[in-house]
Write a protein that binds this ligand. Structure first.
Ligand SMILES: [Zn+2]
Length: 109
């Protein structure tokens, strides 16, 4: 099944100017904005999803100087769950990713 907005785009991300770039695959709809955010020194995108017409678009960004993580569109500070890696999203029964904190935030504004 083709789902609008599920195409992935390749981006190159580096966590500091001294480190080599790493290839990441992001939702096509977010490619330009992901590149834009990562071009600022001190900001690193960690996770993102365009929402696929079901949820809000989210980009989780680390402020490398302060060490905190915020969601780009809402500017909410987020503390992701940590297993072996940081967990930003839950998956619904149809396989769509969402962050309940962000979704609840939009319901209140
Ligand atoms: Zn997505």
């Amino acid at each position: 099944m083709y789902i609008e907005g599920r195409n992935k785009a390749k981006v190159f991300i580096r966590s500091s100017p001294r480190r080599p770039s790493k290839i990441r695959y992001v939702d096509e709809c977010l490619k330009n904005r992901i590149n834009y955010i990562n071009n600022f020194n001190g900001f690193l995108t960690l996770a993102s999803c365009c929402g696929h017409n079901r949820y809000h678009t989210t980009i989780f960004v680390k402020n490398l100087e302060l060490g905190n993580i915020f969601e780009y569109f809402t500017t909410l500070l987020i503390e992701p769950k940590k297993k072996r890696y940081l967990i930003f999203y839950q998956k619904d029964s149809e396989g769509f990713y969402f962050n309940s904190i962000i979704e609840n935030h939009y319901k209140t504004i």
